[in-house]
Design a protein around this ligand. Structure first.
Ligand SMILES: [Zn+2]
Length: 134
């Protein structure tokens, strides 16, 4: 397996879709470049699909990609040119860390803050897993 294949197989562990369907899937971002910026036109929908706040998702992306972003209505404007693929990979990583239960693999989870710590609490199996606060 070469490096590219390795990246792709890691990426495939989380399903990515064009739409937010009934089954849990990570929605693919619709991105384009405006000058030196990247605009994600469906950012709010992607966050809604993950059942997470857009600001939390933006914090994660900002840290992972070393960028700054601003939410403008439905859209997210990023301070640099990035490929949609790159952003989709980070969103898949976010889903794996902050949405999908590490024990049963279901996405029926909530973020819970307790005593200054952050947990992913699973509504399906009751598992509670501490995650890194962004
Ligand atoms: Zn679970």
């Amino acid at each position: 397996m070469n490096y590219q294949e390795m990246l792709e197989s890691a990426y495939k562990e989380v399903e990515v879709s064009e739409e937010c369907g009934g089954r849990f899937e990570v929605m693919r971002v619709k991105g384009h470049h405006e000058g030196v910026r990247t605009v994600i036109s469906n950012f709010l929908q992607v966050a809604t699909c993950l059942r997470r706040s857009p600001t939390h998702l933006l914090k994660f992306l900002g840290k992972e990609l070393g960028i700054q972003g601003e939410i403008k209505g439905e859209r997210l404007v990023l301070s640099r040119k990035l490929s949609s693929k790159n952003i989709n990979e980070k969103i898949a990583k976010y889903a794996k860390t902050y949405v999908i239960c590490g024990k049963c693999g279901k996405p029926d989870t909530e973020l819970d803050e307790e005593g200054g710590k952050l947990f992913v609490r699973c509504l399906a199996c009751g598992n509670k897993n501490e995650v890194h606060k962004i």
